[in-house]
Design a protein around this ligand. Sequence first.
Ligand code: ADP
Ligand code: MG
Length: 451
Amino acid sequence: MLVEKATASLIALEKVGKAYEQPSGQPVVILEPMDLCLKPGEIVALLGPSGSGKSTLMRIIAGLIPPSQGQVMYHGQPLVGLNPGVAIVFQSFALYPWLTVLENVELGLKAKGEPLGPRREKALKMIDVIGLDGFENAYPKELSGGMRQRVGFARALAVEPELLCMDEPFSALDVLTAENLRFELLDLWLERRIPTRAILIVTHGIEEALTLADRVIVLGRNPGRIRADFPVTLPHYRDRKSSDFQSLVDQVYKILTNPEAPAEPPTLAASNTTSVATPATPAPAKYQSLPGVRIGSIAGLLELLEDRQGDLYRLAQELLMEVDDMLPLVEAAQMMDLVNLREGDITLTRIGLEFSASGIDERKRIIRQQLLEHIRLVQQIYRLLQAKRHQRVSEELILDLLEGHFTPKEAYRQFKTAVDWGRYAELYGYDEPAGEVFLEAAPTLETPVVT
Ligand code: ADP
Ligand code: MG
């Protein structure tokens, strides 16, 4: 459909790395040397936590900043200075308040030395395509956020860039506006109504990346590096509720929430609908991995959600938290069926609501119930304890059990988390000097539903 058959790359990074010198003179590595090739016909998403160097990488591709090693090849030639084939849409819109919509859109063309006649014509055409018709003479302050970002798009597209780069272009918009604009952009691209051969979008939204992109590159941080690079072969317009889509979301979510784990990209493409020939291999039964967060923090999240349901990204912003710091909390709350996460929106479940409306004793009871129902490691520890005559179990035994599924370091982390959660719920305690977990004096438990 939209795939141009050209295999030649538009832009190729060869061992491109970036380091900045600190005031002390010591270099700090922002991007590890990487190879990366952008081809015509694809929408590529650069997905990663804040600080993983997404913007830096995009700026290097655009020629706004030079790499400190390696080189950027543009049509087979080393790039020097600004990349003439790239235009950028910024999160902050970056419009000139004293210029009209039309004048703002003309800016890039003007910079390219386009004379007034054709410049105006191209700008007006793009204003029309992008849905700004009638606002040519308005000033940015008269426009809503969504309309301002349309100006950002029109300005970038008016120069007919080969590669349209967008740095979190929807994240300053409200959820509905963002959704609408995302969809319109995709529409324009799929119908080939915009003059661009490839799109690179920087995002930290998993669903945004998987909704738009034909290929997703996951960056990790400290230092910035490519952790995964995989195609998304689901046909556009993607049904976000489909199991294929959700499976991809889950897998990418796992990568992002396990920044230290080795990336496992090859399996990500497996859930596409086009590979009819490959028989479905049964997924290995995975041991549930607990995010290392405290129940107290989960409680904090639930309290905040009580009067502030909605988009996870916005919530994180409001709390001055990075989405990736919040993800483990959300994941833990989800595991315990305290929140629902759908299409980036987070809401309390009935049990979550009950939790946040309750006092401490009731909260402990709820967590106890949810742990025993949903958290396998807690169930296992609890059962072991009940089976033991002295109702004590050594830490080693539990670690042995865990090391069948995790590295020793991760096993220990899992153990600590299970101890923390079980303690909160007063299911069991932990005798650190003895290295033993012990059963709490039997609380009034209703029969746990253990599956
Ligand atoms: P992202 O867009 O993924 O959030 P950035 O590319 O903005 O990441 O930044 C990556 C890292 O590089 C951050 O830790 C940031 O502080 C650092 N950084 C970015 N620009 C500079 C600079 N000019 N000097 C020093 N450090 C920088
Ligand atoms: Mg950035």
